[in-house]
Design a protein around this ligand. Structure first.
Ligand SMILES: *[C@@H]1O[C@H](CO)[C@@H](O)[C@H](O)[C@H]1NC(C)=O
Ligand SMILES: *[C@@H]1O[C@H](CO)[C@@H](O)[C@H](O)[C@H]1NC(C)=O
Length: 395
């Protein structure tokens, strides 16, 4: 089977991803001075940071410990809530660093109102029992604090950051790498109340989720589209292209639904962090693909008068799945952040597929034009070869 060879190679190379996703999560290994205080720990998606917390719904207070390593020794780490917005401006930040004059760790509060130099100030919610420490063992800095939770404890905007240096008691500006810009998200202190799966099995589930969805929406679906679009120009590939297409898309759908299910499970278990866009695209892609499966059952005969409407609907849905599926794979890479090479491997795979599609597009045009010249029907509408391909060979 022409479809199976490349598919198996791709599946194998992405299974390898399972074994090698960067093993950088720390919730399971981290020891805090007062870890008994915190019921929940989440590994934040960037900057190797973790957040430990316990939420007390009775008086909406929370005990929080933030752990991260500054970008250079002698730098600073920061954890903030932003009651008004998602970005840095408006952040009510706690920043920890080593006070140069005394040599001890301090934690200070900052009302970040601009991108300018930071100035210590009061913040908009109550904080008490603040403390900071530096771990000699791993170079991380820890911020401990109690907070009076401002607003809806299940939907807080949190921002975290690390910086390289402190000048005259003022934290210097942080780097602007992707990790520094992506270090924000929604924090749900309430969901953290129920203890869920342990960090290890969650990491395992995330890997499985990643592999299933990359293979399905990221590779098999696009491959199935390429097969259908280009193989059917060749009369000898009829009806083989149809069965290959159905085989690819059905396997993609089965794997994709499994991947989608693991995603829903991860979402339900997610203690604290919500990736709304990724989740919504995922649900959308699943719905479109399900509609597409019905398309297979409801396909009119090829000479039926409604067949052209069915074609438009089938193609529009298919191409939407193609675009959204690949987009969501990249969103997933940004969330899971495996070692850079796995993202590169996917980019190469998809680029090869795109290159192949481009080549076949050219070949198709040549074949179709030649066929028309032979038929010498000059009045024929030559503006859209796809239409001609359907006329001649669609089932
Ligand atoms: C909330 O309750 C906790 C534990 O009962 C207590 O330690 C804390 O001081 C209270 N916070 C406020 C703001 O009343
Ligand atoms: C923080 O700064 C903004 C802008 O300068 C100001 O409107 C706000 O009142 C400040 N918040 C606090 C708690 O001082």
């Amino acid at each position: 089977m022409a479809c199976r060879g490349p598919v198996i190679v791709l599946v194998l190379s992405f299974l390898a991803l399972a074994v090698r996703v960067a093993n950088c999560l720390t919730c399971t290994t981290q020891k805090l001075t007062s870890s008994g205080l915190y019921s929940t720990c989440i590994d934040l998606p960037t900057l190797g940071s973790t957040l430990h917390f316990s939420y007390d719904a009775k008086n909406s207070s929370a005990a929080v410990a933030f752990v991260a390593a500054p970008s250079k020794s002698g730098g600073w780490v920061s954890w903030a809530l932003n009651p008004t917005d998602m970005g840095m401006v408006g952040c009510q930040a706690l920043i920890a660093f080593k006070d140069a004059s005394t040599g001890t760790m301090v934690v200070k509060t900052y009302n970040v109102s601009s991108y300018g130099p930071l100035e210590e100030s009061k913040i908009s919610f109550e904080v008490w029992d603040m403390a900071a420490e530096e771990s000699a063992a791993d170079g991380t800095m820890r911020i401990y604090t109690m907070i009076k939770v401002p607003g809806d404890a299940s939907h807080l905007n949190q921002v975290w950051q690390v910086g390289p240096s402190v000048t005259d008691g003022v934290p210097d500006k942080h780097g602007f790498a992707n990790d520094n810009l992506a270090s924000k998200g929604t924090l749900n202190l309430v969901a953290g109340q129920s203890s869920g799966t342990t960090g290890d099995s969650r990491l395992q589930n995330k890997k499985i989720h990643g592999i299933l969805n990359v293979v399905s929406w990221g590779i098999l679906f696009p491959l199935g589209i390429v097969l259908a679009r280009y193989l059917r120009v060749f009369p000898s590939a009829d009806p083989a292209w149809f069965y290959l297409h159905v085989f690819c898309q059905l396997s993609a759908y089965v794997i994709g639904v499994a991947g989608w299910g693991t995603g829903l499970k991860l979402g339900a278990e997610s203690k604290g962090i919500v990736y709304s866009l990724h989740r919504n695209i995922g649900i959308g892609v699943f719905c479109l693909a399900t509609v597409q499966m019905f398309a297979l059952l409801m396909r009119p005969k090829k000479d039926h008068k409604y067949r052209c409407y069915w074609n438009i609907y089938h193609h529009a849905t298919g191409y939407s799945i193609l675009v959204l599926g690949i987009l969501n794979v990249f969103k997933g890479y940004d969330i899971l952040r495996p070692a850079e090479k796995w993202k590169s491997a996917y980019i190469i795979a998809i680029a090869i597929l795109a290159g192949l599609a481009f080549l076949l597009e050219v070949v198709t045009w040549i074949v179709v034009i030649k066929r028309r010249t032979k038929k010498s029907t000059p009045s024929y509408d030559a503006s859209y070869n796809g239409q001609n391909m359907q006329d001649s060979t669609a089932l």
